[in-house]
Design a protein around this ligand. Structure first.
Ligand SMILES: [Zn+2]
Ligand SMILES: [Zn+2]
Length: 337
């Protein structure tokens, strides 16, 4: 199969031919139809999030069809049943959480996203920047009909982890989104459907992205350094810039929550206690649980979430990642192998 390989930090991905992987018990062999790219892929390329074993195939927003089921004994509890639930030819999605242990205190309390032994797609397990992939059926999702493959791909991380971040904002009526990329463009639609107001924050002078946010229904869009026209109930920071944390704290009302939505962020500058005073909260959101996925994928067609995607050939993965880094598209980028 054709695949794009990560060889090491700071090096471009390498196009290569690899043997098609064989599914083990409880696993599915998948034909990748589309694979979204994510800011996490940039953090992997830059070494801000570590890959222990290279070469590795990145990509954790996979939409695929089932080609075969792994045979034999030794499947993990529930894996054979999960695999049996997906027929050959059926469409599935594979997210960032590729495996969790199922027996630690985090897994047993509905917090498998925090499992210390968790394995992540496109970091610890080969991902979707290839023609084929293998996935543990227990961690695959059924994909709602009506979404073309490319449009469904950004739901798998940008949508799903954005949704988890939004749930941490409780019943906030006014929500600030710092960094208006793939996640924010999906969440804006969810917020509006839930009767919330969205305030979009971008790099200063990025009027094209501010216009894109307004087009999607944001009531206000401006630079991250600006104060919004009213105090916000919550803010979610998607941009990996720690200096946004004190800015977001200044923008939220007492008891407001600031959720850091990325896997990596630059250092957070010191700030006065008064910025946190009055029960403001700063927290992160880490990974996803399968329950987040099921909830979000049930809700997405009702909103209905419509994703804006730019597609690239598999071999153009580096160009897609460079365009993401430079902010050269609105919405999400998707590789089509
Ligand atoms: Zn991601
Ligand atoms: Zn666990």
């Amino acid at each position: 199969m054709r695949a794009m390989l990560f060889d090491g930090v700071g090096r471009p991905l390498r196009a290569a031919q690899r043997d098609t992987p064989s599914p083990g018990p409880g696993q599915l062999l998948l034909r990748v139809r589309a694979c979204g790219i994510c800011r996490t892929d940039l953090h992997l390329l830059d070494g801000e999030v570590r890959i222990e074993h290279a070469p590795r195939i990145l990509g954790h927003q996979i939409i695929a069809t089932v080609e075969a089921h792994g045979e034999g004994d030794g499947a993990a509890p529930g894996a054979s049943e999960a695999a049996g639930a997906f027929a050959e030819g059926e469409r599935v999605g594979v997210p960032w959480l590729g495996w969790s242990c199922g027996e630690c205190r985090w897994c047993l309390s509905g917090r498998e996203n925090l499992c210390p032994r968790a394995r992540f797609t496109g970091r610890d397990i080969d991902g979707g920047m290839a023609e084929h992939a293998v996935a543990d059926a227990r961690f695959c999702f059924a994909i709602p009909g009506g979404y073309p493959d490319e449009q469904a791909a950004p739901l798998m991380c940008a949508g799903l982890i954005g949704y988890r971040a939004l749930r941490m904002c409780g019943d906030a009526r006014s929500v600030g989104l710092y960094g208006f990329g793939a996640s924010a463009h999906i969440l804006t639609q969810v917020c509006i459907a839930e009767g919330r107001e969205v305030y979009a924050f971008t790099r200063a002078g990025d009027e094209a992205t501010q216009a894109f946010a307004r087009e999607l229904g944001a009531v206000w869009a401006g630079a991250s350094q600006e104060r919004p026209p009213q105090e916000l109930d919550a803010a979610i920071i998607f941009a990996p810039d720690g200096s946004l944390v004190p800015l977001a704290l200044q923008a939220v009302a007492p008891a407001g929550v600031v959720v850091c939505g990325g896997i990596y962020m630059s250092e957070i500058p010191a700030f006065e206690y008064s910025a946190l005073w009055q029960e403001r909260i700063v927290r992160s959101v880490a990974n996803l649980t399968r329950n987040d996925g099921r909830e979000f994928l049930a809700l997405a067609p009702d909103v209905p979430v419509q994703t804006r995607v730019t597609t690239y050939a598999l071999e153009d993965a580096d160009a897609a990642l460079a365009d993401l880094r430079a902010g050269r598209f609105h919405g999400a980028a998707v590789l089509v192998p």
